[in-house]
Design a protein. Sequence first.
Length: 122
Amino acid sequence: MDCIYLTGIRGYGYTGYLPEEQVLGQWFEVDVRLWLDISAAAKTDAIEDTLDYRSVISLVQHLVKTSKFALVEKLVMVIADSILQQYDRITQVQVTLSKPNAPIPDFGGKISIEVTKTKSHL
């Protein structure tokens, strides 16, 4: 199966366990892998025969900006489920959600959660 990678999707959102995270917000980064058949598009060179990934990027940014959950585990699942539900061509999705500046004392790394889901999981 073919795969399209969308990396470095950034959005400012309000998901987080700490109260200040839900008030002040923070940046999130999302990487998405989309499995679908691109053979028709490769033959026709027509965008209607593939996925217009600009719409996937917009969906991810919208979900990051408007969702308000306590856990990033919830947000990453909502993103994965939404992509599978809204795009018939996509058979499997992998979403990696990162908090580059998690509010943890003496921690300069980032927190990432990755999920992989297929249409059969819906």
